[in-house]
Design a binder for this molecule. Structure first.
Ligand SMILES: [Zn+2]
Length: 387
């Protein structure tokens, strides 16, 4: 009976150590993804199993690669542009905002790849992985705001009252974003949780874009319509598409089970967000180049519009947001674990939630016993069963 329950879906072309995967009704609620029916890793995977799973066909594999490979690309771009940009040379103040943007882009892509790789180690590790992911995403909007202010906004807006608030509000948004996103991991599944998390990511992005909307929609000057304008349009189109995919869960919504490994909405969300980031970077670099050439033609670089403290701001917000993430991580690890399971009648315990314990529906009884004991032996026994 038990062995038949433990029949796991086998994905034949796995290269790593975790070749046998779980179906949706075999993993705890917290690990389930909407409309994804198979390809789940063991919720008690070891770090080694998690690492090798990136070479297997799991429902997380392409989530990893769709951010890891672009991270390498942007890292290469940064190394390639370093000599020309001379970030810490005499004119470094002029180019440092784009360095802040690139570092944050690379960081959020790498952090996302890491979170998608190691989130199957335990329920608590899953939360912490995504806290770190949210941290990196929250920092990204600071680098973007610094770059927009320095190179992309219409010259007529530079000394407006909105622009005096622009960067400080972007910094507050960043911390607000990571706090709200982390808090959603303590909420019950549902539309409210999804909506709040969406707002936590989208509002900082929208705030960053406000002066760009002014430029793209209502400014007719050569500066506004030239330079990186077409790339900044594309960025907003890709961002809208990625937001749509994130919230709609399409295409898997229409055919649950058909896109479990390749083609589900989170992978497409990753791809479109990378395309948006690429367009954003190209737009910012083009604007930087146009501004620099115009200034040099007039006698030299002008730092009037440049955010001179971009790197300092990023460092300050990183520190504050890291403290927020440490707070939420401690909160997760202080949440009482389910009691050791000695009575088969109480095996419907399982994993950590804000209330301490939540039932695991659909988990075979013996597997629930393993999941309920967060100790080394339990992990080994679970791993053995999966390998
Ligand atoms: Zn992701």
């Amino acid at each position: 009976m038990t062995s038949s329950i433990f029949t796991l879906s086998r994905i034949p072309f796995g290269l790593g150590s975790q070749k046998e995967l779980y179906q949706r009704d075999q993993v705890p609620e917290e690990f389930k993804e909407l409309f994804i029916l198979r390809g789940y890793r063991s919720p008690r995977s070891s770090p080694r199993q998690c690492f090798y799973s990136i070479f297997n066909a799991t429902n997380e594999t392409f989530n990893f690669w769709t951010h890891f490979l672009p991270a390498l690309y942007f890292l290469w771009r940064l190394v390639d542009m370093w000599p020309e940009m001379d970030f810490f040379g005499p004119d470094g103040r002029f180019t440092q905002p784009v360095l802040a943007l690139m570092v944050n882009v690379i960081l959020f892509l790498f952090m996302s790849a890491i979170a998608h790789t190691f989130n199957a180690m335990s329920d608590k590790a899953r939360h912490v992985c995504f806290f770190l992911d949210y941290l990196a995403v929250s920092l990204y909007c600071i680098g973007a705001a610094a770059s927009y202010k320095s190179y992309c906004i219409p010259h007529g807006l530079v000394h407006s009252s909105v622009m005096t608030l622009y960067i400080p509000v972007a910094m507050i948004n960043s911390t607000f974003s990571v706090m709200l996103a982390c808090q959603t991991r303590f909420m019950d599944h549902g539309i409210r949780k999804k909506l709040i998390r969406f707002v936590s990511f989208s509002w900082p992005f929208v705030w960053d874009q406000i002066p760009l909307f002014q430029r793209l929609l209502s400014c007719e000057t050569a500066q506004c319509q030239g330079g990186g304008a077409s790339f900044l349009w594309k960025q907003n189109i890709f961002a809208t598409l990625s937001a749509f995919l994130y919230t709609s869960h399409m295409p898997e919504r229409f055919s649950p089970g058909s896109f479990d490994i390749i083609g589900h909405s989170h992978q497409l969300f990753h791809i479109f967000s990378v395309l948006g980031t690429y367009a954003q970077l190209e737009g910012v670099l083009l604007d930087l180049q146009v501004n620099r050439e115009a200034m040099m033609a007039q006698g030299g670089l002008n730092y009037d519009q440049v955010d001179n403290y971009a790197l300092v701001r990023v460092a300050a917000v990183t520190t504050i947001n890291a403290i927020v993430v440490i707070y939420f991580s401690l909160r997760i690890y202080r949440t009482p674990s389910p009691p050791p399971c000695t009575n088969p009648a109480s095996v419907a315990n399982g994993y950590i939630h804000k209330d301490g314990v939540r039932p695991i529906s659909g988990i075979p009884q013996s597997e629930s016993l393993l999941l309920s004991k967060p100790n080394v032996n339990a992990s080994r026994r679970t791993s053995k069963k999966v390998e």
